[in-house]
Design a binder for this molecule. Sequence first.
Ligand code: DGL
Length: 264
Amino acid sequence: MKIGVFDSGLGGLVITKSFIDSLPEYDYLYYGDSAHLPYGDKTSGRILGYTLEAMRYMISRGCKIIIIACNTATSICLRYIQQRFIPEFAPDVKVLGVVIPTVEVAVENLSRTVGVVATNATVRSHIYRTELLKLNSQLQIVEIAAPELVPAIECNDFAAARDLVCQYAEQFTKCDSLILGCTHYPLLKDFFRAALPKVRIVSQDELMANKLKDYLRRHQEIETLLSRNGEREFSVSLLNKHSQQVALRLFPDIHLTKALLQRE
Ligand code: DGL
């Protein structure tokens, strides 16, 4: 019984690395739906369809707990998956997202203005605004979509990504904290920190491992079912010429495989 990490592409590898560094004993299955990336520019219906397909695949591969590392999929699908899909399809599997843990950390400091940089779909859902205001109704929130960043990262074009970050950063100079609300953006966190030295950058690779550790500690009924052979499998729905290079930035000996989904 593995820990599954799902993303629309390779960005979720950043969070997976933080899990593996902090909880190395467990077995992991990573699945990135790179064939359908970017989710952030798709309709909610399509994002839900792809995410459900990913959930079925990961459950069929023995995942007992699945972290949806994709902010877009979390924003659009998590509630449906937790409340409708899982109870019917796999009631013994747990599916968690990234938005609530991130918001909890973002409000820990005394912030008056919190920025959120994310995909079009995440910003359109206003999930960050909604969840932040639940924790602190006095907050000012600046939500900006940055759709060009993900394609630059997936093409391994970090020079272009750095220029884009500098442009987007101008809209967050008045924020106390900035949430990087997309799986891929932790790869750009140094650029954001350099462009916004006075802003606290909230990066999911720095918080999700603690949140998962805490969850497993509180849910022994799941933790005791997880296998501990240190196995890792990294799969994507489409391998392109850049995939391996981007993945190698995080795992020096990574071997990406093409996932065999039932639709094939
Ligand atoms: N994984 C997505 C997210 O975290 C970004 C990439 C995409 O648009 O699919 O929002």
